[in-house]
Design a binder for this molecule. Structure first.
Ligand code: ADP
Ligand code: MG
Ligand code: MG
Length: 898
């Protein structure tokens, strides 16, 4: 293998091998831009080093040869005592990890070459400044010495001289400081500062490799989902000097504003400085405009390079440069990170400038960025008091009064108050309170905790796992850093940053939502004429999402159970309902009817309960079919275990026992007793795997029949009203084709009967959810009966992995992600190998039996970008997600198609 590449040998597409920095230094070199010469040690070498713990011997040889080429080119040799070559040794992984890894500058300086450097440059001060920087960086990075020891010594020297900036130190001060630094090295590491230039180089290379595995680098990678085994490249670059006086300096710049996307030159410049001085903020930086005044020629050249790079990369570039005695040198470039708003605006601008195609524009933005733009945002310029920071679970900016129970949340909401529900963690009982709240805040749990998942589904702002909060639900207060927030106090939470503020923070609503709901014209009408930035943003979102709609092959449906949700889904571009959960229609007032059904002593009583439910269900479906006229509405027959509709077992037993003890009698007591018996009978150890889904339909006569009749009658009613209803019946949790046969036979009879009664033709397809491994394995058989499949990937994930979501997410998932069993919870993003493998198999088998079978997916994964790309690849016809995720799904489906 070849471990070392000269800059002239690489290019920007070799990021895997040369890292981002190395690949782009090579690209700039080959563009003829002024890059100091150098070479890159590959990530291959790093991986070998990590495996064996020693630098591969061939690497030493290759470094020697590359170094010779460099020395020959420049006519100087590393660390030579009169006119030395100095180099920087710089980390640079495939993905940029800002500030995570190490860089050592001025390698090659020692007690002899510092004299040579001084003479060559004609500047004593500069030479000693460079030497003290080397010892400082080398001591910290390579020898692992506490950096504060050096900075304290530097501060002491400044104080002694009576100056505040390091530029105020004289050559003598710096020479003295070098002595002190060497002493620190000796004391702390037990060895002299290495004088041999090649030893410095080799140790620095090894240190850069090691910096790949520091705690903070690992942490960063876990957060950014970057794999731990990529390794970093090392760049060895001939030094150029920004600390050679006032006509020298160093800076960073962007070709467009990375926070807004406005085209232009943005950046900071620091005269007479080296390396990290700019970012470290040790002196106040100048703007590029000031730099232009200071050095118009170098600035002119920089601007030309910026234009050149932007045209070449066809994107916003982020640049590091240095000016040595008026001459410009490029030290780094990359396609720059940017905010969500900037991403959309820049992509749109580049299309307008004919630099990229619309397909490419689509690739430059993400669904996550779009969702960030959809939430109201806190006004960052407002005065704010930060209490704590938790995990950002569901974006948005919520201001409300703190409440500590679901009941209070609902009560206060009914009084017209905005509330934020604060809990240690939430559970399904809190749903009502969560719906009533503008925001949800928990002190426990991660991004896949109940609170997080539910809030995201509802589009409610949510911050979870704010561990510094002591939540006391009984006392109705929480405390943090000695501050106590009581029920009714106003707080503000930012679901994009995880920040929690005391008191109200003003918000600004998102014009992007206005656009999504009411269209471009309405959104623009509402914006001030002179707010060009926001106007451009809305236009950009429109252009890009419209393009996504034209290229995507996946349809986007919504999970919706109510006419209001259906209405929103349609407004936001939903092309149907992919999952209507009918169980929600049995809650609230109707719960008693279900109770009666379960408690019925004979068929007559049962029928009475069913008859009472029928008109209610029918009206539910009429409402949905009206909103979604002309579009498919997939209705899932009742799915959850029965006990979810009955009172809680413990509470009820206590109530019955108390009544007995007090000798109470009467109708209610009798009813409670019967109810308790029923609850006891339906109690299950593993409800998720118990009597639910199609099993209910088969075991409890009349239940599915009722629902299917309601669907048929609703369809008939809509047809008679002149509509174009497209109801579909979906059977949950089937594992065997026999189950489907039983239900479908019943469906056919009901549909025929209702068709005759109503005198209309009823064409209502019957399909199956594929959410059990057995259903996937036997999908060819299932497709004999099922006219469509909808993958229920939530249950399919549970049953494939053999864990129940409610039991595992808080319990051990954190450790599982930390230890790398998975990068991200398989409930958040589809496990493409396991669960995805089953999906692919079922698609193939289903199509083999029934070539025109309609295939979709419903559940959380339908709105998750990575999962959407997978479903596109698997050849599904649609994804279904919560109404709030529709725009994200439209965009991602488009991105998957280009
Ligand atoms: P990071 O990845 O943290 O940005 P770099 O490797 O880019 O680290 O180095 C940080 C800074 O050091 C650069 O921005 C540049 O200013 C300075 N630097 C690196 N190499 C050289 C060099 N050969 N000559 C002069 N300055 C350099
Ligand atoms: Mg850099
Ligand atoms: Mg399911």
């Amino acid at each position: 293998v070849k471990y070392v590449y000269d800059f002239s040998e690489g290019n920007k597409d070799l990021k895997d091998l040369l890292g981002g920095k190395g690949a782009n230094l090579a690209e700039m070199t080959n563009l003829g831009l002024p890059v100091p010469p150098g070479f890159t040690i590959t990530t291959d070498a790093c991986r070998t080093y990590m495996g064996t713990g020693v630098l591969p011997p061939e690497l030493r040889v290759e470094v020697t040869m590359a170094l010779r080429r460099l020395e020959d080119e420049l006519g100087r040799s590393l660390g030579d005592f009169h006119d030395p070559l100095l180099v920087s040794v710089r980390s640079g992984a495939k993905f940029s990890m800002p500030g995570m890894m190490e860089t050592v500058l001025n390698v090659g300086l020692n007690d002899a070459s510092v004299q040579g450097l001084a003479k060559f440059a004609g500047d004593e001060r500069f030479a000693w400044d460079s030497y003290r920087r080397l010892i400082q960086m080398f001591g910290k990075t390579v020898l692992g010495i506490d950096g504060e020891l050096f900075s304290d010594a530097l501060d002491a020297a400044k104080k002694a001289r009576g100056v505040t900036a390091d530029t105020g130190l004289t050559a003598d001060d710096l020479r003295e400081l070098v002595g002190e630094f060497k002493q620190i090295v000796l004391e702390q590491s037990g060895r002299e500062f290495p004088q041999h230039p090649r030893e410095q180089l080799d140790l620095a290379i090894e240190a850069v490799f090691n910096s790949w595995n520091t705690e903070r680098a690992r942490l960063y990678r876990r957060r950014e989902r970057i794999s731990d085994d990529l390794g970093t490249a090392v760049n060895v670059v001939a030094m150029v000097f920004g600390n050679l006086g006032d006509d020298s300096g160093t800076g960073v710049c962007f070709t467009r504003d990375p926070s807004t996307g406005v085209p232009g030159d943005y950046g900071d410049y620091l005269p007479n400085a080296q390396g990290e001085d700019v970012v470290a903020g040790i002196r106040n930086t100048l703007s590029l405009a000031d730099f232009e005044k200071l050095n118009p020629q170098a600035f002119g050249e920089l601007r030309q390079v910026m234009r050149r790079l932007e045209t070449h990369y066809r994107d916003l570039c982020d640049i590091e440069f240095t000016v040595e005695r008026g001459k410009l040198w490029m030290l780094q470039t990359r396609v720059g990170k940017r905010t969500a708003a900037a991403a959309f605006r820049i992509a749109h601008q580049l299309v307008e400038e004919n630099l990229i195609t619309k397909d490419e524009a689509l690739e430059r933005v993400t669904g996550e960025q779009l969702s960030k733009l959809m939430f109201p945002q806190f006004d960052a310029s407002a005065q704010r008091t930060l209490l704590a920071t938790g995990m950002a679970a569901s974006p948005g900016a919520a201001v409300g009064q703190a409440v500590f129970s679901s009941a209070t949340a609902m009560e206060w909401k009914a009084q017209g108050k905005d509330v934020i529900l604060v809990r240690r963690e939430t559970n399904p009982d809190d749903l009502g309170g969560m719906i009533a709240s503008v925001g949800v805040l928990t002190s426990r749990g991660g991004k896949t905790s109940h609170a997080a998942v539910v809030a995201r589904g509802m589009g409610t702002t949510c911050v979870v796992g704010a561990e510094s909060l002591e939540v006391d639900v009984t006392a109705r207060e929480f405390s943090v850093k000695g501050k106590v927030v009581r029920e009714g106090d106003t707080i503000a939470i930012d679901g994009s940053t995880g920040e929690i503020f005391l008191g109200a923070v003003p918000v600004v609503p998102s014009p992007v939502v206005r656009y999504l709901e009411d269209g471009l014209e309405a959104a623009l009408d509402e914006l001030p004429e002179d707010d060009e930035e926001t106007r451009e943003l809305v236009v950009a979102v429109d252009t890009i999402i419209t393009h996504a709609d034209t290229v995507r092959t996946l349809r986007v449906h919504a999970n919706a159970d109510t006419p209001e949700d259906a209405h929103r889904a349609r407004a936001w571009g939903g092309q149907g309902i992919g999952l209507c959960r009918t169980e929600h229609m049995f809650l609230g007032d109707r719960r008693v009817l279900i109770e009666r059904l379960i408690l019925a002593k004979d068929e007559a009583e049962q029928q009475k309960a069913l008859d009472a439910l029928l008109p209610l269900q029918r009206e539910d479906f009429v409402g949905l079919l009206t909103e979604m006229d002309g579009l498919p509405v997939t209705i899932r027959l009742i799915d959850p275990p029965l006990h979810e509709f009955l009172p809680d077992y413990t509470e009820l037993s206590v109530k019955v026992a108390l009544a007995a003890e007090r000798g109470e009698t009467g109708e209610e007591v009798e009813r409670d007793k019967t109810l308790l018996a029923a609850v006891e009978k339906t109690r299950e150890a593993n409800p998720m795997l118990g009597l639910r889904g199609v099993r209910l339909g088969i075991v409890i006569p009349g239940l599915f029949a009722l629902q299917m009749r309601a669907i048929a009658e609703a369809q008939a009613a809509r047809i008679k009203a002149g509509g174009t209803p497209k109801a579909e019946i979906m059977i949950p949790l089937a594992a065997s084709v026999m189950e489907l046969h039983l239900v479908k036979d019943e469906a056919e009879v009901i549909l025929a009967t209702v068709a005759q009664e109503q005198g209309v033709e009823l064409d209502i397809p019957v399909g199956a959810m594929i959410e059990l491994p057995r259903a996937a394995f036997t999908a060819d058989r299932m497709a004999d009966v099922a006219e469509f499949f909808s993958f229920g990937t939530n249950d399919l994930t549970q049953t494939t992995w053999g864990f129940s979501r409610d039991d595992v997410e808080g319990a051990f998932f954190n450790q599982y992600t930390e230890k790398g069993v998975f990068n991200v919870s398989p409930f958040e993003s589809l496990d493409t190998q396991g669960v995805g493998g089953l999906v692919k198999m079922a698609v193939e088998k289903g199509r083999a039996t029934r070539p025109d079978i309609k295939l979709g997916v419903c559940g959380e994964h339908g709105g998750d970008p990575d999962s959407i790309h997978f479903f596109h690849g698997a050849g599904l016809d649609y994804v279904s997600c919560s109404p709030f995720r529709i725009p994200v799904a439209r965009l991602e489906a488009g991105r998957a198609a280009v």
